[in-house]
Design a binder for this molecule. Structure first.
Ligand code: NCD
Length: 350
């Protein structure tokens, strides 16, 4: 094991260290988590017989995803396996678990987290994604093991924000003095809400511009939080002159699953806000476009990122874009190491 380990400075939570909302993190935690992530990436790349591959042995991570997921589930499972943690993956529990027979969500959590000692316990950490925002808090109340919020309806997605911030730090070299534009469905996009809470809290001299259709504005809880913390933000309905002033443009797809009543042509009304080659041209060369993914390319004429840019961001030979501003695949790559570092912290493996 290395002599020095930034994880030693990770806070020791009292009781179960749930990860529920990004407001719970502070700059000290973020800096040490990211320092540890740097170290993991470096050691993982350079050494094979690594202490870290066994650090989680005898632990079990249970993934409980009530909503569709590609990256969050796969990267949590992979992060766990990289640390020697065993995994149980419960997909579609709304169809496959005893909740079908009327069991309460709380009782399900009591079973997964149950047992007074590890002989009887099924999971040591539970990663939950649920359509109903309050469920992750309910889980945290009844669970004796850490609950990690992997997306609670339109509310928050804290671990995605850790990935987003780590990507910003890596791409731009800093978390301070940034002008961050967030465009798209800010009302229902949980990733941008978590990002605004987190960067608004831990970044110094950060300011935001929220760019959205008037029906999809950032909700008042986030705006109120930023006001109370003296974080400047502006709201607008078009790009206007703002693009050349941005350091980051964070893109959120229209969250159609949150509002089934949504008018069918709504996506077309959002076309003026889509990211096109012309939008990219107006950004500063060191600026970065980030997207938590998925890009909704089901109707290519209205996708929030123009298909030419999607194709260019990482071509079929896995060659990176000529233009480093198209950064969203590099951002997604960071999901595994950041979640590895988080699991070390949450399970207090060090
Ligand atoms: C996001 C989510 O699930 O909120 N995806 C992700 O986890 N990276 C973004 C989205 O679905 O738009």
């Amino acid at each position: 094991m290395p002599d020095t380990f930034p994880g030693q400075r990770l806070p020791r939570w009292e009781n179960a260290p749930h990860v529920l909302q990004t407001q719970q993190f502070d700059r000290v935690f973020i800096d040490s988590l990211f320092g540890f992530t740097d170290q993991l990436i470096h050691e993982y790349r350079n050494r094979d017989d690594l202490w870290v591959r066994h650090i989680g042995k005898r632990r079990v991570l249970l993934s409980l995803m009530y909503e569709a997921t590609t990256r969050t589930r796969a990267t949590f499972l992979c992060a766990a396996m990289n640390l020697g943690i065993r995994t149980i993956d419960i997909a579609d529990p709304q169809r496959t678990s005893s909740e079908v027979k009327g069991e309460s969500f709380a009782d399900s959590i009591r079973i997964y987290a149950g047992g007074n000692d590890h002989t009887y316990r099924i999971a040591d950490v539970i990663v939950v994604r649920h359509r109903e925002p309050e469920r992750v808090f309910e889980a945290a109340q009844v669970s004796r093991v850490p609950i990690i919020n992997a997306g609670n309806g339109p509310d928050q997605h804290p671990t995605q924000s850790l990935v987003d911030l780590y990507a910003i730090r890596r791409e731009l070299g800093r978390l301070d003095g940034l002008h961050v534009g967030i465009v798209g469905d800010l009302r229902n996009g949980r990733t941008c809400r978590s990002l605004a809470y987190l960067l608004g809290k831990v970044g110094k001299q950060v300011n935001f511009t929220f760019i959205s259709h008037p029906d999809l504005r950032m909700r008042e809880d986030v705006c109120d939080y930023l006001r109370r913390h003296n974080v400047p933000f502006a709201e607008r309905a078009d790009y206007g002159e703002v693009l050349p002033t941005l350091d980051v443009l964070y893109v959120v797809r229209l969250q159609t699953e949150r509002d089934p009543e949504q008018r069918a042509d709504f996506a077309r009304e959002l076309v003026p806000l889509r990211v096109t080659p012309e939008v990219v041209r107006q950004l500063k060369p060191p600026a970065r476009i980030l997207h938590p993914l998925p890009v909704d390319s089901s109707v290519p004429e209205v996708s929030e990122i123009h298909p030419d840019l999607c194709a260019a961001a990482r071509d079929k030979n896995y060659k990176e874009a000529q233009d480093p501003r198209l950064a969203w695949f590099r951002q997604a790559d960071l999901g595994v190491p950041v979640r590895m570092a988080l699991l070390v912290a949450v399970l207090q493996l060090w």
